[in-house]
Design a protein around this ligand. Structure first.
Ligand code: BMA
Length: 330
């Protein structure tokens, strides 16, 4: 019997998955995962998180003409921690989110600097993914899962991020902050709360893919972490933010749209994790690049029209933890 339409997976895994593993790397490493993604001309560029065999991560660029095969991987690390000048990078740099800013022609990279006091958000910019200029730490620890919007709002830059100083008692939620200069951040506003209880996104959520402007507003993808007796499960949901007022959430999926299923997602260094850091929109196809089990890079694709239709068919977002409209589907 054909499955009901809403039951079909929005994102389809690529048959060549995982598309990048440590075996493809030109130098020794432990794992390659959680890659930022961007189109440079027609070339897909991934800034892959590479964990070395000390446990410290750096970033390495991989380029492909079709975004699936034929990856040209930099022969040595592209962007390494620089703890001598940036002590907050002592334990490495992780999980980059890339934003192309057409106003300046630069790519802004929001990444996790792993400091002695915990993870924090740092920013760097580049024009060519060869040389980089650091803007330094943007948020104090603990804070991660950040991306900058590609445009300003009322003259100010905006960034989504996830402070999490006291997860056990308060949970970890998504916030929005503004800056006049990409250096000084403030005017903090809560954006989306983790839900409670049995929900897939109870307790801890965080941004995955940078905001993508669509006809219906900014599309974002976020993760929810469900703690079970067997460990954590990282799953993914979607939300739409108002184009002009990004602190306004228009839609948020009640159900996750993607979760660990295949062996390369269910087992690895950290089991049951799908964790994208970037997506690329090309000719109506949304290509989602995600880390599988903190071990490999995989790809899933969706039709942007279907993704937006799915979101727009949901009831308007309510910040209450009520599964609005869920039962009407049956
Ligand atoms: C998160 C991040 C990700 C990682 C995930 C699962 O907190 O650190 O880099 O993929 O945990 O281990």
């Amino acid at each position: 019997m054909a499955k009901a339409k809403w039951h079909r997976e929005l994102f389809e895994r690529h048959p060549a998955n995982p598309i990048l593993t440590v075996d493809a790397w030109p130098y020794p490493a432990n794992a390659v995962f959680n890659a930022g993604a961007v189109l440079v001309g027609q070339t897909t560029l991934l800034l892959v998180r590479v964990e070395d065999r000390r446990g410290i991560s750096h970033l390495c660029a991989a380029r492909s003409a079709d975004g699936v095969f034929g990856w040209q991987i930099d022969q040595k690390p592209t962007f390494c921690a620089d703890p001598a000048n940036y002590p907050e990078e002592l334990y490495g740099v992780e999980d980059p989110r890339i934003t192309f800013v057409s106003e300046t022609g630069e790519y802004l990279i929001a990444y996790t600097a792993y400091s002695q006091s915990g993870p924090l958000v740092s920013l760097a910019r580049t024009r060519d993914f060869v040389s980089f200029e650091r803007l330094g730490a943007a948020m104090a620890p603990d804070d991660k899962d950040a991306a900058v919007f590609p445009v300003r709002f009322g003259g100010r830059w905006a960034m989504i991020h996830r402070p999490s100083s006291n997860i056990e008692s308060h949970g970890a939620h998504m916030w929005l902050s503004y800056s006049p200069d990409l250096k000084h951040w403030g005017d903090f506003r809560a954006l989306m709360w983790a839900r409670h209880g049995g929900w897939w996104d109870a307790g801890k959520i965080g941004l995955n893919c940078p905001p993508l402007l669509t006809a219906h507003g900014w599309l974002i993808m976020y993760h929810g972490v469900r703690i079970t007796a067997a460990g954590a499960i990282y799953r993914l949901g979607l939300a739409l933010l108002d184009e002009h007022e990004p602190s306004k959430v228009l839609r948020r999926t009640d159900e996750w749209v993607f979760g660990p299923r295949e062996p390369y997602e269910r087992s690895g260094d950290v089991a049951d994790v799908v964790f994208p850091c970037g997506w690329v929109l090309q000719q109506g196809q949304l290509r989602l690049y995600y880390g599988g089990a903190d071990t490999c890079v995989a790809l899933a694709t969706a039709n942007i029209g279907e993704v937006l239709a799915y979101l727009m068919a949901l009831p308007p977002y309510s910040p209450q933890n009520l599964p609005v409209g869920f039962h009407e589907r049956f």
